[in-house]
Design a binder for this molecule. Structure first.
Ligand SMILES: Nc1ncnc2c1ncn2[C@@H]1O[C@H](COP(=O)(O)OP(=O)(O)OP(=O)(O)O)[C@@H](O)[C@H]1O
Ligand SMILES: [Mg+2]
Length: 359
């Protein structure tokens, strides 16, 4: 194979590689660990009564981490405020992170059956993230920095489309390989194909979690590898390159499996912490402010880090005046703390905020 990093890699092999690539003890060991951690997380998720409590919180974190990989920086606080507030003066980076969250959530909502896991879905994610109107790229792109090219993906047109069609076909239809192993291989291949003019990393990371849901390894899209990738970014880029240059699949697969394992463990800890805090707040309000107690009220203050009167109104928990009274009472109890943003009063859930910020 005449691979050259400055030339379009039109010979990028179609999937799957030869099984000898993954039929290795080291990989099977790591696979067993990753699958066990992921299964434990999947089994634990139903303890959280309202899925929004996980979606709005963990997804916001993922949106932030995934965008940081692309050097789009925002802070937890800006992001959480912008999510709940119409008044927050949202900067472009925060907006971009919120678009990532929207892309993730919208695409998950559309994933009803395997046939929905398609190129159209990927295009939709790309468009939502980047706000571009185009679809699959029609020009050549290069990966690297202004000093050097490190990789040149396949040429646009039929070559690119053939590889993309192969990608979705294998993702959905190929069954004689462990699905988690397949995810590792698919993720390399997606990035190597580089179907879009930008946003390939972020689109690829959203496809990873949707794929886990598709394969029923998760019921909710809550496993986000971006934090791990961010913390191990140099290895991530190096290992991608080494698959291309040396066919070094083993280390790449081990990296992704380790990412799945560690992220599952971390997410499980977060889910447990959210649940513990939720139940202790539930108890506290029941005992100390029984007149305002309802489970729906506690659910809603755990459904995003910042709450406000209109959210309680929208959720039909209380009228405007009563909602205001409820939030003030929760503040007196030390559960929430209020802050004025623009002309709005936002109420921060102190314990939830701490759990989410502490990563
Ligand atoms: N040598 C390589 N071979 C294949 N893919 C690579 C290589 N180096 C980096 N990549 C992929 O390209 C992605 C960056 O591409 P692009 O800028 O289109 O995506 P992004 O979502 O905007 O950025 P990012 O992933 O940095 O957030 C990286 O996330 C990585 O997955
Ligand atoms: Mg980019």
């Amino acid at each position: 194979m005449n691979y050259s990093k400055d030339q379009p890699y039109n010979d990028l092999p179609l999937l799957l590689p030869d099984p000898s690539i993954w039929e290795k003890l080291s990989i099977y060991k790591k696979l067993a660990e990753a699958r066990a951690a992921l299964a434990e997380l999947k089994g634990r998720l139903p303890i959280i009564p309202n899925p929004l409590m996980l979606i709005n919180t963990l997804v916001l974190q993922e949106a932030k981490d995934s965008s940081t990989i692309e050097n789009i920086f925002t802070t937890n606080d800006k992001l959480y405020k912008a999510f709940s507030s119409t008044a927050a003066n949202t900067d472009p980076a925060t907006k971009e992170v919120l678009r990532y969250r929207e892309a993730l959530w919208n695409s998950f909502s559309e994933l009803k059956s395997p046939k929905d896991f398609s190129l159209q879905l990927a295009v939709k994610i790309f468009k939502l993230i980047t706000e571009k109107k185009e679809e699959v790229r029609t020009g050549q792109v290069y990966i690297g920095n202004s000093f050097q090219v490190v990789y040149t993906p396949p040429a646009p047109g039929n070559i690119l489309l053939e590889k993309l069609n192969n990608w979705f076909d294998v993702a959905v239809n190929k069954k004689d390989i462990d699905p988690l192993l397949k995810m590792a291989i698919l993720h390399y291949q997606f990035e190597a194909i580089h179907p879009f003019s930008d946003g390939n990393g972020r689109t690829g990371r959203i496809l990873n979690v949707l794929y886990l849901c598709l394969q029923k390894l998760l019921d909710l899209p809550v496993l986000y590898l971006s934090k791990y990738i961010l913390d191990n970014k140099t290895d991530y880029y190096r290992l991608l390159r080494e698959v291309t240059e040396n066919n070094s699949w083993e280390n790449w697969i081990l990296y992704i499996l380790e990412a799945v394992k560690q992220t599952s463990i971390l997410t499980l800890q977060k889910v447990n912490a959210i649940f513990d805090n939720y139940t202790s707040v539930l108890e506290k309000v029941k005992v100390e402010a029984n007149d305002i107690y309802s489970r729906e009220l506690i659910d809603v203050i755990f459904s995003q880090p910042y709450c406000k009167i209109s959210i309680l109104e929208e959720q039909k928990i209380a009228s405007r005046n009563t909602a205001s009274k409820y939030l003030k009472r929760l503040e007196e109890l030390g559960i929430l703390t209020s802050e004025t943003v623009g002309r709005e009063n936002l109420y921060k859930n102190i314990s939830l905020y701490a759990i989410l910020s502490n990563s």
